[in-house]
Design a protein. Structure first.
Length: 346
């Protein structure tokens, strides 16, 4: 968990990075920015506030971590903090080289050195990389000859960070602990910040394991199980609900315990374990058999665990628990039905 109360900006450099495909170029400033305290405080809030998730990444490279450009430049900044300006120029040029999709917008690119970041109880420095691409219209109201005038100006909304990255000075040998945000792109160009520029992958930790096992479980129950076994929608909803409850009720995860308690039947347990191995191979990930459950990952993932039974175009039944209160059958006319028991309406 990241605590942001004491984080302070030590130094900052700003450059303009355009779209290379459109030959917009890079505008390099002559020196670091000098900030008055009020602006320093506003920028600190603008940069840091959006980082609320406990999901972290590591820098990587397919052949050698030392070939990851951002990792190398971050090493230089941490080893020699006074080199921030020079490395910010390298980072801006590297970002420009990755800005090759026609929909990528140019914008201001910030390289920031932070002190007193508290990550998982440990105080560390951090390097922040941020890009503002979108501009908002602001109204400027000012007095004039006994009345008022209004003018419009285009500027950066400090409540909307477009792209961000915090590189914490810990676990260097593993590619650092890296937090990433991309709130803008959703199309084909969406991954250029994360994949092409930063080149990071999910960190192997409790958040990663919890997130992946929940995704695996949902896919298994909704896609794999119905192909192998006769399973009603109500049964699927029941397994999904009990899976979520398992993660809410326990502090740690054990694959065998989970399979025995949730999947129950021996043939279903075998199928689940086989699917678990295949899931990891296909996605080139590793999920530990035992790990501490991440509450934040459970909270985020369970939003997608909506147990809904859709009946033609007439009804949707939302199932939240207790499979025994739902009966399924066919009447004498051949019409399918669900019988639902309840204590009171709300």
């Amino acid at each position: 968990m990241l605590y942001t109360e004491y984080i302070a900006i030590k130094s900052i450099a700003l450059h303009q990075v355009g779209n290379k495909l459109n030959a917009e170029g890079v505008k390099i400033s002559n020196s670091e920015l000098y900030l008055i305290n009020e602006v320093r405080s506003l920028l600190s809030s603008y940069f840091i506030t959006p980082f609320k998730s406990n999901e972290y990444h590591n820098f990587f490279h397919e052949s050698d971590l030392g070939l990851n450009e951002v990792f190398v430049y971050a090493n230089q900044i941490f080893d020699h903090p006074d080199s921030l300006y020079n490395q910010s120029v390298n980072l801006a040029k590297h970002l420009y080289e990755q800005s090759l999709h026609p929909k990528i917008k140019g914008g201001e690119f910030y390289t920031v050195y932070f002190q007193d970041c508290i990550l998982d109880g440990k105080t560390v420095d951090a390097v922040g990389l941020f890009k503002s691409e979108n501009k908002d219209t602001f109204l400027k109201v000012y007095p004039s000859e006994g009345g008022f005038n209004i003018e419009s100006e285009m500027g950066v909304n400090i409540n909307k960070l477009d792209k961000g990255c915090l590189i914490f000075n810990t676990e260097r040998e593993k590619g650092y602990v890296v937090a990433v945000i991309d709130n803008t792109n959703r199309g084909a160009e969406a991954r250029y910040w994360i994949d092409d520029f930063l080149h990071v992958r999910p960190r192997q930790d409790e958040y990663h394991d919890t997130h992946n096992i929940l995704s695996l479980c949902k896919n298994f129950v909704t896609k794999e199980l119905p192909q192998q076994f006769e399973l009603s929608k109500a049964d699927q909803a029941d397994i999904l609900n009990r899976s979520v409850q398992f993660f809410k009720d326990n502090d740690s995860f054990n694959l065998q315990d989970f399979a025995n308690e949730i999947m129950e039947k021996p043939d279903v347990i075998v199928s689940f374990k086989n699917y678990t191995e295949a899931f990891q191979r296909e996605r080139e990930i590793t999920i530990n058999d035992n790990f501490t459950i991440s509450d934040s990952a459970v909270k985020k993932q369970t939003r997608a665990f909506k147990s809904v039974i859709k009946l033609d175009q007439n009804f949707h039944i939302y199932v939240h628990g207790n499979r025994e209160l739902i009966e399924q059958g066919v009447d004498e006319k051949g019409q399918k039905f669900y019988k639902i028991y309840y204590l009171e309406e709300s």
